[in-house]
Ligand binder design. Structure first.
Ligand SMILES: [Zn+2]
Length: 610
């Protein structure tokens, strides 16, 4: 569901980034009995020791067979380094099953397969129904071509829950009329034809007249152009069996559409053929989450939830959205079970359905397990693609615990440092399965990871298995496993005081598009535009804090007082621009919370870093 344009997950401003030699790991083994591994460092500053090369760590991890006394964490890290099957899970999901639209047969196959895998690891696994859809939609084989005057394959998609063709439909391509005269000219010729939309769409009135004429004459379907090379998939699940959409609506890759429009505008006669197997199945269609428990020993009725959504759009294989999150969740379960860990609390692995349509599975989980929420320490959601998990952002009260949970990971892979970043209060981006937990007052996190290359695959025809880097996935599965165990073994539930202080505050927004710290676009009417920030300005610092990346900009923006002094490089000069949030509704509450934080830190001074 999540759109990622300026969802800056700022991980560039680490509160803690320490690469310590592996020996530290050993010491954490002794602390396993005492709950959380030792706090390695607390003060919000960065230290960088020489990190052993990736190969060295790998070799060391492989060579160092964990001793019988080794801690659970060390056994998990060793297994994750020597026998990591995350890519096998992903390959099966994407290649053996394919895209998993909520309510579709492939989703159900995937849900049953995941459940059975979890059972195979020795977990108590089941499907939990969270609701129903009225109509199931399954996408089958599809092909589109120009068939005359020459043959050319077409790259296209139809939205989910829209009709396909009854077999191959070959017909003339007609160009959408630009005026009433053009429409009058087309009347009587529309039956069974393909209408190619213009990039420059006619006005609303004419558009409706065209739709009416097409409907009346029984057009085969519409062929519109995508904005660019990416065919971004979407669809509306709220269809009723007795009111199914009738028109085939094709989205053609931009370049092919532009060429076709030009040929038709030039008067050339072109014939198209589409054969699209989209099927609707009457409901009610039961919709599920997959839930699997690794039961706790000391507090089995307390939970740590880790997961991500199993459903995907169906324009490709749903690899990075969200096969990667599903496979790291499964591998974490397998690693923990195979390492024979005995967590204090129950670790509950949840693969949600209905995320793309509106967080339905996670909302359903929170609704149907309300009685467990007070004893659910944390929920961790992986739904950001195939890059390595590299950060988490707890609030200041949770920080020491979270820092301790991730201490074993700081040095586990020098290529993928892990950052624990401290916030005044948790952020709720409302756009993935962590959101319903946060809204219900349960600490919940969306893992931070690089967005590199994500836009290219996000809901597009390119979201395939081959786009995923195995090394990063293996590391992410390791992070999920160690995190689940760490939180499950804390001496107490994660602190949720700031959550009970009221909803996480909305983030301060600028109203710009950023490339790193460079402003690429200024939104009309936004904070930045009002303050006089211009496109091409390069933000140098905010309130004196130097910034270089998008993450650093957004993180610095959330900190401190409401008037933000930006220093920006504009052409050859450096100028100051002040973005003023004083009148924003959230500012008063933000200031009060900052004071409460200062008070709490005075009462709970951080242990000095070694
Ligand atoms: Zn997603």
């Amino acid at each position: 569901m999540h759109s990622r344009s300026l969802r800056a997950r700022s991980w560039a401003l680490p509160t803690l980034l320490v690469a310590l030699p592996a020996i530290v790991l050993a010491c954490s083994s002794t602390s396993a009995g005492r709950g959380a591994p030792p706090v390695v460092a607390a003060a919000p500053q960065t230290h960088t020791a020489r990190a052993p090369a990736a190969a060295e760590v790998q070799k060391a991890a492989q060579a160092r067979k964990p001793s019988a006394q080794a801690s659970d964490v060390e056994r998990v890290l060793h297994l994750a380094a020597t026998d990591n099957r995350v890519q096998e899970h992903l390959r099966h999901l994407t290649k053996e099953i394919g895209p998993r639209l909520t309510g579709s047969k492939r989703f159900d196959r995937a849900a049953e397969w995941c459940r059975d895998q979890f059972k195979g690891y020795g977990l108590d696994a089941r499907l939990e129904k969270w609701g129903e859809f009225d109509v199931a939609f399954d996408r089958g084989r599809q092909q589109g071509r120009i068939v005359a005057p020459e043959v050319q394959e077409l790259v296209f998609q139809t939205s989910a829950w829209t009709p396909g063709t009854q077999g191959a439909v070959r017909a003339s391509a007609l160009l959408e009329p630009a005026d009433q005269a053009g429409l009058d000219d087309l009347k009587g010729k529309l039956a069974g034809a393909w209408l190619v939309r213009r990039a420059e769409r006619p006005d609303g009135k004419l558009r409706r007249a065209i739709e009416d004429a097409c409907e009346a004459e029984g057009l085969a379907g519409y062929v519109a152009g995508a904005r660019g090379d990416l065919l971004v998939m979407f669809g509306g699940h709220k269809v009723k069996l007795d009111k199914l959409p009738k028109q085939v609506r094709i989205q053609l890759r931009h370049d092919q559409h532009a060429a076709l429009e030009a040929r038709l505008a030039g008067g050339e006669a072109v014939e198209l053929e589409f054969d699209i197997e989209n099927t609707f199945t009457p409901g009610p269609v039961p919709c599920f989450n997959v839930v699997a428990d690794l039961r706790g020993t000391d507090q089995p009725d307390e939970y740590v939830v880790v997961g991500g959504h199993l459903d995907s759009w169906d324009g490709a294989e749903g690899a990075q959205d969200n096969g990667t999150g599903v496979s790291t969740t499964m591998e974490a379960a397998r690693l923990l079970a195979a390492a024979g860990v005995k967590p204090k609390r129950t670790i509950r692995f949840v693969l949600f359905g209905g995320e793309e349509e509106g967080l339905f599975g996670s909302e359903g989980y929170v609704r149907d397990h309300e009685e467990l929420l007070a004893k659910t320490s944390v929920a961790l959601v992986h739904d950001g693609g195939g890059t390595a998990l590299q950060g988490i952002a707890p609030d200041y009260r949770m920080f020491p615990d979270v820092e301790a949970v991730f201490a074993p990971l700081v040095a586990s892979h020098p290529k993928f440092p892990f950052t624990v970043r401290e916030l005044d209060a948790l952020q709720n981006s409302q756009d993935s399965d962590h959101a319903p937990f946060l809204t219900a007052g349960v600490p919940a996190f969306f893992w931070e990871q690089s967005e590199e290359g994500y836009e290219h695959v996000h809901h597009t025809q390119y979201d395939t298995f081959e786009t995923v880097d195995p090394e990063q996935q293996k590391h992410s599965a390791t992070v999920v496993a160690v995190a689940a165990l760490g939180f499950a073994n804390l001496d107490h539930l994660l602190d949720r005081t700031t959550l009970q202080e009221g909803k996480p505050l909305p983030r301060r927004r600028m109203g710009v598009q950023l490339d790193g710290a460079k402003v690429t676009e200024v939104t009309q009417g936004g904070k930045a535009q009002k303050a006089g920030l211009l496109a091409d300005d390069v933000i140098v610092s905010i309130d004196g804090v130097a910034v270089k990346t998008q993450g650093e900009v957004v993180s610095a923006l959330q900190k401190g007082g409401a008037r933000k002094s930006f220093r920006v490089q504009r052409g050859g000069a450096e100028v100051e621009v002040v973005l003023d949030y004083t009148d924003d509704a959230a500012e008063k509450e933000r200031a009060e919370r900052a004071e409460r934080k200062a008070q709490w830190l005075r009462e709970h001074p951080r242990k000095p870093t070694k």
